[in-house]
Structures are given as structure tokens and as C-alpha cells.
Design a binder for this molecule. Sequence first.
Ligand code: AHN
Ligand code: ZN
Length: 337
Amino acid sequence: MNRVRLFSLYIMLLVTGALLTVSCNSCQSSKNVIAPELYIQRSPRFNTDSAYTFVAAQVAFGPRVPGTAEHAACGDWLVVKLNEFGAEVIEQKAEVTHYDGRNLPLRNIIARYFPEKEKRVLLFAHWDSRPYADEEAEPTRQHQPIAGADDGASGVGVLLEIARQLQHQPTAVGVDIIFFDLEDWGQPSFSDKWVQGDWWCVGSRYWSEQPHVENYTASYGILLDMVGAGGATFMQEGYSVQYASNIVEKVWSTAAKMGYGNYFLPKHGGYITDDHLPVNQHNRAPSVNIINLKTDTRTGFGPHWHTLRDDMRNIDRNSLKASGQTVMEVIYTESPG
Ligand code: AHN
Ligand code: ZN
């Protein structure tokens, strides 16, 4: 067979594959999805090894529990990396009193890209890790802090890789990346008395009430929470659909076009109190949560959630890639105004 005939055979196979995919997708309700193999990607290639290394580096500090030396050291490292990747870095520091009466340091880390651009997209994740593994079966183990490879470090690792790419190739829109602190210090299930108050998402609520720029708003926001586990399924979380259904559509259809439809499921998930909630409630940006939700676990999250098993063994490069490349494609295809 000569090269021309081989080439036309290749094209025929591609087109046949495309048609098959289209007819299959249309019966599953995702609309206008062209075959991923024919989609021409516009974003730079998300480097999965790089993202993986950024997750591992955070975990190597030890649990990032607010008020500990490990937390402080990891925070310093995040600031160093963001500066290295050409961001303008702003730190928001405060002291907050928690349900247990303890005073905790709060440190939100904010990276600005192309601050002169008016239209902005906000990307965020939490960098603290939970002080107690309260979903462990064995009560004595429930008081130990978790490694938080998936819960915390995965979203931050993906965003660090995006920051690294932004330095090399700019987007048409401005991008703000925020690593929120104190997301995961909600009262543990073993508490003997419940203290009235909002103890989850403390960093994002603090920022939503007092953003780094007065009257800050972004066109939209994307939260990445627990994006690293193998076989992650990003269902369409309730508050995301309630506050930002058009952004849910934008992100999930982009994922489907790129061939990540097996991660980004076009199915409704439950309502999760997470960092996007205060951001939405204070109208800082209509925001969606990319979060691994399960229908076959007791908690609705991955089986390792808030256990001592949330370590690097859980982290799968393919899940980092699916979430990272999708978010990159969304921001690199965004028009300036
Ligand atoms: C609640 O379970 C209330 N929120 C889950 C949000 C979360 C915790 N994300 C990571 N850790
Ligand atoms: Zn958590």
C-alpha cells in the first residue's frame, strides 16, 4: 500500500470512529460532542509528572495542619514556587478562633497572573490538611492527622502545574489562583459537644468577606478538591449547578470534547459545603467544584476520605491529567472580554 492510500485509510478510520462516538454520545445526553480524537486542543500540554511531583512535595512536609511547623514550611514552599513561576504573590494572614477555643493562624496564598487584565478567572484549592482521621474505623486512630494527598494536595498540585504553564504561555484573560487555608478543620465526628458555627471553609469565607482587592469579582471560579484518586468521578455538585450552571456546562462539555467524559460525569451529585460556597454566597465569582463524588460509599466521597489511607498510594496521574488539562483548556480558550 502506498502512503497516500494508507493516509486515506487512516482518515476513514478516524471519521468512522468520530461518527460512532457522536451517535453513542448523543444517546447519553451529552450534546454536540465531537470525537475527542478530532478535537484540536488549544492549551499547552499539562505535564502530569510535574503535577504529581508537586503533590508528593506537599505530602513530604507531613500533615499540613494549621499551627504546626509542617504547615508553615509547606506554605513557605508554595510561596517560593509561585514566585518562581512568575506570579505576583499576596499573602493574607490572620488569626482566627476556632470551635475548640484555640487560636489558629490563617494564611491564604494568592497568585495573580496578568493583573492588568480586567476579565478574570479564579482557580482555587485548599492547602491545609485535616487534623484528624475521623473516618477511620478504629477510634484510637481517629485523632491522628491525615496525609491529605488527595484531600488538599491534589488540587494544589494541579494548580501549581497550571501556574508553571501560565508563566510560559499567557491566557487572554487574567487568572487568579488562591490556595485557601483552614478548609478542613470542621468539628470531628468524635466531638462530644457540637459548637454552633461555620467551622469548615474558614479561609475561603475570610477571603470572600475581605478579598485581597476591594470589591474583587471574577467572571467565574473553579475549585479543585480531591482530584487525584484513581478512577475519580467528578459529578456535577449541587451548589455548582445552583450558582453557576453555565460554568458547569462549560467545564463538563470541555472535558467531554477532550476525551475525559469518563471522569466528568454528566450527573448531578449532592450539595457539598466546600470553598466554592462562600465565594458564591458573597458574589465574588459564580463557582463550580470539581470534586470526586461517589454513589457507592457511605460518605459520598472516596473510601480514603478523612482516613490515614489518603496518602500518595491513592494518587493517580490520569486523574490529575483529566482535571488539569480540562481546566487549562477552559482558561486558554476564554476570550478577553
Ligand atoms: C463536608 O463534609 C461538610 N465538607 C466536605 C468538604 C471537604 C472536606 N472537602 C475536603 N475535605
Ligand atoms: Zn477534607
